[in-house]
Structure formats: C-alpha cells, structure tokens
Design a protein around this ligand. Structure first.
Ligand code: MRU
Length: 359
C-alpha cells in the first residue's frame, strides 16, 4: 500500500498527489507554510489525510517558535492554527486536528516548551497511526455488508491516499478482499480533478483489487442495468442529522442509487463527524478555481473566457443514506447522534448485515 504522509527527520514527507498517476514523487515540507500550501494545492487531499497533515504541520510550526513560556508559545501557535484552518473549509478534519492539539497542550501547561515541542511530534505520529487503525475498524464493520460477487461503486478517492493508509470507503473493500470475497469495484472518474481516475483506480490496481473506471455520467446506466449492488463513499463532513458533505457528484450518485434500490453507504471516521452543526445546509462548501474545469492537467479544453462554477463538494441529505460506517459500528443516519451521547448502548442502534438492514 502506498504511503501518503509520514514524519521523517524533522520534515513532513508526503506523496505529491497532483502528479499521480504519471509520477510517484514525494515532497519534504520543511515548514508549516509548505504544509498549508500543499493542502491548498491538493498535493495532499482527502479529509483524514489533511487532518493528519495539519497535526504534523502544527508540530513543524512549533519547532520554529522562540517563546519559552506556555502563553507565548500557544499565542504564536495560533498563527499556525489559523494558517492551516484557512486552507480548505469543507472537511472538518483540519479543525478537528487543531482542537485536538489545543486541548493536548492545555492539559500540559506546566511542561517546559522544549518538551511540548517534542510531544507535538509524537502526537502528529499518533494521529497518523490512529487513523490507520480507525480505517481498519471501518473496514471490518463495513465488509459485513459486502457479499460474495458484489460490485461496489465508489466516488472520488476515499482510499489510502485520502487517509493515513487503508482508506475509509476502501476499508470495507480491502477487508472483503482479504476475507476472500470475489468482488469488483467501479470507480467514478470524478470530474473536475479526476480523483477517481487518477487516484482510486491507480491505488486499487497497485494492490490487485479488480477495478473498472467509468465516467461520472455512466453510473446511472449501470445502476439501472442492475450491474452495481452497493455504493460506498467517503465524507468530508457529516453533521448531526446525518447529512453528508462529500466530493461534488456524491449527491447525484446517492439519488441514482435510491431510484434503483441500491444501498448507499458512507464511511465516516468520527474525526469527520461534526456534531456541532445540525444540518447539511450549514456546511461551508469550497468553491475552487475555474482552471480545474477548463483544463485537464495543462491542456485547455474549454472556450477561452467561458464562465465557470466549480463547487468542490455537495451535500447528500440523510434520507438517501442507508448507513454510516464508523469505527464504532454502522448506523442509520438518524441514529448517528447517539454516538455523541453519554451512556447509550450503541449495540441497540447498530445495523446488522441482514437483508432487512442492508437496504
Ligand atoms: O477535494 P478532495 O480530493 O480533498 O476531496 C476528497 C473527498 O471528497 C473524499 O471523498 C473525502 O475527503 C473522504 S476521504 C476518506
């Protein structure tokens, strides 16, 4: 499995995903500004991966701080937090990482600044390792819903490259394959940036998982023909009522799945669930530059000067979602909030992989 990001010799090393699949090249970020720039330019992308990059970027930023008292140190770190938070608005994982690190530091106020700097490096590595374990747990829960002979459609890239490793939406697929199930994956190409084509298809092929690439507008025809049994996608931010923001085109796929009676699942680590937002309309949606639509790599394919809208994400209402696969189990979107309540017996609300629950 390809490595997305790691901390190496005081630097954050990441695979430059803008070059894939033509070139496999790692870049070393030597300061937090480079990490922020890499997130903005999509060199690293995918909600969990940018959360990890943010945690490691904070550790890098911390090393440059001169203040040697806690208050001065945290004040200077706020600039690092804000720079990272300003990169991409939709995925909640950057905010999640900043809040985790701020809390981590506030609980260690009495420690000398030099020790805190070392601890932040450890914490960045911990965020990475935990993410891989979480994806394996998502894989284990989700694989129960994949049956021998199934064809699973996915949108965008919610694989190893979008995470610390293993993937969220690809977690159940990987576990099903490890269990010896004979399954197929359909990858939507995912215009405009083509994450499905350039990243998902590529990474599954690296691991010999059978994958077929389609254009986004082919999904409806294959669903109607009965050639797809299940959809599993990732998420950038899932909110309290179970509405899901994910890569543009996810909503259309979910509606098509409902129309064709195909179950639609979302793989969502708790780090991408934002219980502070009640409904999907309140999720900030990133709009990106027009060149992502008018160009493919360096080639202009659109009329000069054409007006463009480039929404990077859309919101799929909870009513189209069969189940949300988390590291704690699989839940109906309307039961998701139970994960945020104390003393709830989660077993009572978990979906079982029987015929009734699968749809
Ligand atoms: O713009 P991107 O490539 O960062 O968008 C990524 C997605 O929409 C993924 O599906 C999402 O982050 C889930 S990743 C496990």
């Amino acid at each position: 499995m390809v490595k997305t990001i790691e901390w190496v010799d005081g630097k954050v090393r990441m695979l430059d995903q803008t070059l894939l699949p033509r070139e496999v090249k790692y870049i070393d970020c030597t300061d937090y500004g480079m990490v922020a720039e890499a997130i903005k330019k999509l060199r690293i992308r995918g909600a969990p991966a940018i959360g990890i990059a943010a945690a490691m970027g904070i550790a890098l930023g911390a090393q440059e701080i001169r203040a040697n008292d806690f208050t001065g140190f945290l004040n200077e770190l706020e600039t690092v937090f804000n720079t990272l938070l300003a990169t991409r608005p939709t995925a909640v994982n950057i905010q999640w990482a900043v809040e985790r690190i701020r809390k981590f530091l506030l609980e260690r106020k009495a420690e000398p600044v030099d020790k805190l700097k070392a601890l932040l490096i450890e914490e960045g590595n911990k965020v990475l390792q935990e993410d891989i374990e979480i994806n394996r747990a998502i894989g284990k829960w989700g694989a129960r819903f994949i049956r021998e002979g199934d064809t699973v459609i996915t949108h965008c890239n919610a694989g190893s490259l979008a995470t610390g490793g293993y993937g969220t939406a690809t977690g159940p697929i990987r576990v099903a394959v490890e269990q010896g199930k004979n399954i197929q994956v359909i990858a939507d190409e995912t215009r405009p940036v083509l994450q499905g084509c350039r990243l998902t298809a590529w990474e599954l092929m690296q691991d010999n998982i059978p994958v077929t690439l389609i254009t986004d507008n082919t999904a409806g025809a294959l669903l109607r023909k009965g050639e797809i049994n299940l959809a599993i996608v990732g998420t950038d931010r899932t909110v309290a009522n179970g509405d899901v923001a994910n890569k543009i085109g996810t909503y259309s796929l979910a509606v098509l799945c409902r129309e064709n009676n195909v179950p639609f699942y979302v793989a969502a680590p708790l780090s991408s669930i934002d219980f502070s937002i009640p409904t999907g309309e309140l999720i900030p949606i990133e709009e990106r530059g027009s060149e992502e639509v008018t160009h493919i790599f360096d080639c202009n394919i659109a009329p000069e000067g054409v007006k463009v809208r480039n929404l990077a994400f859309d919101v799929t209402p909870a009513k189209y979602i069969t189940g949300i696969i988390t590291e704690k189990g699989v839940f109906r979107p309307e039961d998701l909030h139970k994960l945020n309540e104390k003393g709830v017996d989660l077993d009572k609300f978990m979906l079982k992989a029987n015929n009734e629950d699968r749809h």
